[in-house]
Design a protein around this ligand. Structure first.
Ligand SMILES: Cc1ncc(COP(=O)(O)O)c(C=O)c1O
Length: 453
């Protein structure tokens, strides 16, 4: 089928996520290889968002292509059956996870993983309230949509009873005085503890965090914050759930981002990177304590495709590929290279902040570096046709062949974890070219009120 027909049928028959449907302009990926893909006009792009932060092994990885070619030899079997690929993958994931983890429940996506984790926490604690943070994204199904804190939550509201939001540190935009990150963390944790007490600790089943919030701009937690969350969870017998759908499987330079912060969550949710994005798979990792609960209590969930053997086989191939590539150490090395390039961006007029952990990075744009007025107002890219200055910048990036994702005033830089030093430099040269063009296009910007959001 030619690209024009593909686009026309897509426009006519497919509902596209998070957009008005009329006059969309979806690209067609006609070819891909490593960190690159080509569109219907044969234009080459650096895939600096790894599609949707899932193509973490890049495109057409030989080991995965090989495994895909062979999965037709496997038997398919429903969740109630044991299969070699499912057993092997669950064991491997438990081995990679923090030491207290014991079992895996497989799902098909990130949102579904969060739905299941919430149910497990409710079953174990008897509580019904779920705490989560405003600047977070956890999926778009009814429960995960209401777990989400940012504006993409609004389409799922009103929420079922029990969803409670709390505020979190945003170091670049902090409005209160503090002398150290530890002190800042303590301020937020004190307020959170008060909120827990006001809500009634015995009513709370779980506290859910994206260990490092991703699509909201790679908001790195200040020192002591994640450990402090764990302490509060233990003090009040609340399940700590780390959503590692985006940050898991090497993205942050550890197998799971929670490994950076010396914590042992009760539940970890994952998806995306577990198969390098080649097939849809997600899941929940249960601590030994949570897993034990279900030895003698009914596990009240199920799904037709939980632990599908063919999909699990691709999960095994992806993890084998990550290990073969020594991905964790490679990501740590590449973090230095990309980190240095990001620091250079701070010299540009509209770059307010840069943040990076592993190959999980964001560039935050502002209209004015002194007032830190965001390049677009909070929530203004939700359900709107235009993204104002941000839309203009990402168009320039795309014209340069730098493909990525932006949300609010942040541009994510989250390439396949296989990216090399030379590729990072080439891609970031394109990013800088786009920034130069952006400054030429907007030597001045219309400033509004200096919202310290
Ligand atoms: C942190 C996080 N949690 C959950 C989800 C939802 O995953 P899915 O789109 O597979 O349902 C996402 C998706 O981007 C995510 O980034």
């Amino acid at each position: 089928m030619d690209s024009t027909t593909i686009k026309q049928l897509d426009q006519q028959f497919v509902i596209q996520s998070w957009s008005k449907q009329a006059n969309r302009d979806a690209k067609v990926v006609t070819h891909s290889d490593g960190i690159y893909f080509w569109d219907q006009n044969n234009k080459k792009y650096f895939d600096m968002n790894a599609q949707l932060i899932y193509a973490n092994l890049g495109h057409k990885h030989p080991r995965i292509m090989n495994a895909l070619a062979k999965i037709n030899q496997l038997e398919i079997s429903a969740p109630g059956f044991a299969s070699a690929s499912k057993s092997k993958l669950a064991k491997k994931i438990v081995e990679l996870a923090p030491a207290n983890m014991a079992k895996v429940y497989f799902t098909t996506a990130g949102a579904e993983s969060n739905e299941q984790a919430m149910k497990m926490a409710k079953a174990v604690t008897g509580g019904y309230k779920i705490f989560s943070r405003y600047r977070s994204y956890h999926g778009s199904t009814f429960g995960a949509g209401n777990l989400t804190g940012e504006s993409r939550r609004l389409g799922s509201e009103p929420s079922p009873p029990g969803f409670v939001k709390f505020d979190m540190p945003y170091v670049y935009r902090e409005y209160q005085q503090y002398t150290s990150e530890q002190e800042l963390s303590a301020q937020y944790l004190t307020r959170l503890e008060r909120q827990i007490n006001c809500e009634g600790p015995e009513t709370i089943a779980a506290l859910v965090i994206e260990t490092i919030p991703g699509s909201n701009g790679v908001l790195l937690p200040p020192d002591g914050y994640i450990k402090g969350i764990e302490t509060l969870c233990r003090r009040y017998h609340i399940m700590m759930i780390c959503d590692e759908v985006m940050s898991g499987f090497g993205r942050s330079g550890e197998w799971f981002a929670c490994n950076h912060y010396d914590v042992e969550p009760d539940l970890i949710t994952f998806a995306k990177g577990v198969t390098g994005g080649y097939l849809p798979l997600g899941g929940v990792i249960l601590s030994e304590q949570v897993a034990k609960h279900f030895d003698t209590n009914h596990f009240s969930s199920g799904a037709t495709y939980s632990g599908h053997p063919l999909v699990c086989e691709i999960g095994n191939a992806a993890i084998a590929a990550y290990e073969e590539l020594d991905t964790i150490n490679h990501v740590k090395r590449m973090e230095k290279v990309l980190g240095e390039r990001l620091q250079r961006l701070l010299a540009y007029k509209y770059v307010g902040d840069v943040r990076i952990k592993g190959l999980f990075a964001a560039v935050e744009l502002v209209k004015n570096k002194v007032t830190k007025e965001p390049i677009i107002d909070y929530g203004s890219d939700y359900g709107k046709d235009t993204q104002g200055y941000m839309g203009a910048f990402t168009k320039l990036l795309s014209e340069e062949g730098f493909s990525t994702f932006n949300h609010e005033s942040n541009v994510l830089i989250t390439p396949p974890l296989t990216i090399t030093t030379a590729e990072i430099h080439e891609a970031m040269d394109l990013f800088e070219k786009a920034l130069v063009a952006f400054e030429e296009l907007y030597p001045e910007m219309e400033e509004g009120h200096a919202l310290n959001l």
